[in-house]
Design a protein around this ligand. Structure first.
Ligand code: AHR
Length: 508
């Protein structure tokens, strides 16, 4: 066991307040996410509350899911919301042009809001730009948010919802450069201005999310058109999927090298985040503080194919990746104000998987459970020293010279820290990414009070390929352990491939 592992937490150097919305989720009419992952219908034998499956609602609740994005994804730009309101038997059936099959429209706006209310999450609706119109989006906003006497407000009331829903977050299209309409950035920018002008005028309390891209070119051209209308944008979104079968292997079947490749590539996401931040700051600095919303992210394994409804298993490796990504979001909390894991149930990097009436919680679920203690806290500067576990190689970031120039080796420890607003509790989330080495870590707190007590939560398993399935639902889960630490410097043993949350009380 090595002794050279050091984490320095600067209690006196705050980065920013951590927006709870960076721990958000995303659900889409895709595969088995909505039907039957979330919606089973009122008559179902699966325990449900008004058609929403209870176990899944409970899972969202227990991680304090702060925000849920819906109805897509690609589905959003083909979705016509009026088909999904009113008596279920009168809702027209549609087709899901992106993901196949029919759409019953049983789960629509009222059901989505009900889900959010049961969970305690903010609803985030992605409006249809690609095949929709400002008129359709305005009508949706009126249906959701208007409290007066109007056609759509009365329609909502007549369906049993007299109080406006006050939906604050509205996306203006999804991946408008691709499935959202194959726009070019300039054309989309003008469409964005048109939609946003009317939506903001109708309800100035809403926050609008513009569709960005992980190419610098799109974001630059888009922002250039918006530079005299900065007040219309609140967030620029980017999507980031870790998908590369050669480099990362399969969902449960991967080599040690592929495990390291995946974690090594978190720096590609960091690069994209930096690009997006510098572009929005360049065009808006001093006038408006535009946030970045990573409103779709996660691992996309080769098992997740359209034919199988993008279903994939979720191992401890995926959990470690999600912890490293959440650490990154915390590090950039000055600008990252929202992020939505794709997708919550039965699709891609889920927190829950369902089969009939059974629901299991994935290793990634437990990461969100642990990280909820950071919500609303102040992110702190952290410095880590630990062994390099993966050096850059010739194959890294082929295609992007700019990225290659700044490539960094992957170190075993990946850490984030935050302090509660009242400065009484310190949270350290520490990931030991090493596959074969337990690390004895020295933790040094600088510039604040001492630790007087603490507790530890660990997510780990014997094998990094471990996962939960319907026969063994608790293969990978968190456990609590006593932590006897006092003072400003202490030692902590981080087991190989583990995620650790240290919740530390500080002296007054
Ligand atoms: O999450 C699956 C799909 O990935 C979404 O529908 C789309 O926005 C993205 O390309």
């Amino acid at each position: 066991m090595r002794e050279c592992n050091m984490v320095t937490v600067r209690i006196d150097e705050m980065i920013s307040s951590i927006d709870p919305n960076i721990f958000g989720h995303f659900i889409e009419h895709l595969g088995r996410c909505i039907y039957p992952g979330i919606w089973v219908g009122k008559g179902s034998s699966i325990p449900n509350e008004d058609g929403l499956r209870k176990d899944v609602v409970q899972a969202f609740k227990s991680i304090g899911a702060p925000i849920i994005r819906w109805p897509g994804g690609c589905f959003a730009d083909a979705y016509h919301w009026e088909n999904g309101i009113g008596p279920v038997e009168r809702r027209p059936r549609g087709i899901n042009i992106w993901w196949g099959g029919g759409e019953s429209n049983e789960f629509g706006t009222d059901e989505f809001i009900h889900l959010c209310r049961l969970v305690g999450a903010e609803p985030y609706i992605c409006a249809n730009v690609g095949s929709g119109s400002p008129r359709e989006a305005l009508a949706w906003l009126e249906y959701c948010n208007y409290g007066g006497n109007s056609k759509y407000a009365e329609t909502r009331a007549s369906y049993g919802h007299p109080e406006p829903y006050k939906v604050k977050y509205w996306g203006v299209g999804n991946e408008s450069w691709g499935c959202g309409g194959s726009f070019d950035p300039v054309y989309y920018a003008w469409e964005y201005r048109r939609f946003a002008t009317f939506l903001k005028q109708a309800d100035s309390s809403i926050k609008l999310i513009a569709c960005g891209h992980t190419t610098r070119d799109w974001n630059l051209k888009f922002m250039e058109v918006l530079k005299d209308a900065i007040h219309l944008i609140d967030y620029l979104s980017i999507h980031y999927y870790f998908g590369n079968p050669q480099r990362y292997g399969g969902d449960v079947d991967f080599t040690d090298e592929q495990y390291l490749n995946l974690l090594f590539d978190v720096q590609n996401l960091e690069y994209q985040i930096n690009q997006a931040i510098s572009i929005v700051d360049f065009f808006s600095e001093g006038r408006k503080d535009i946030g970045i919303a990573v409103d779709e992210w996660g691992v996309w394994h080769p098992q997740a194919m359209v034919e199988s409804g993008l279903y994939q298993q979720n191992t401890l490796r995926d959990a470690i990746l999600s912890a490293a990504v959440l650490n990154l979001f915390i590090k950039y909390s000055r600008k990252i104000r929202m992020a939505n894991l794709a997708q919550a149930v039965n699709v891609l990097q889920s927190i829950c998987l369902t089969k009939g009436e059974k629901t299991i919680l994935t290793p990634t679920y437990y990461v969100f459970k642990m990280y909820q203690s950071h919500m609303g806290n102040l992110a702190l500067k952290v410095k880590t020293e630990s062994p390099i576990i993966r050096e850059p190689s010739e194959k890294d970031s082929a295609g992007s010279l700019r990225l290659r120039k700044n490539i960094k080796p992957l170190k075993a420890l990946d850490v984030s820290a935050s302090i509660s607003q009242n400065r009484k509790e310190l949270i350290i989330t520490l990931v030991n990414q090493s596959l074969d080495e337990d690390l004895d870590v020295k933790i040094d707190l600088v510039g604040g009070n001492e630790v007087c007590e603490g507790n530890l939560t660990i997510l780990n398993a014997e094998n990094v390929r471990a996962y939960n399935d319907f026969d063994f639902p608790e293969n990978v889960k968190i456990r609590e352990e006593p932590l006897t630490v006092k003072g400003k410097t202490f030692n902590f043993k981080a087991q190989r491939h583990s995620i650790n949350r240290l919740a530390l009380k500080l002296t007054e």
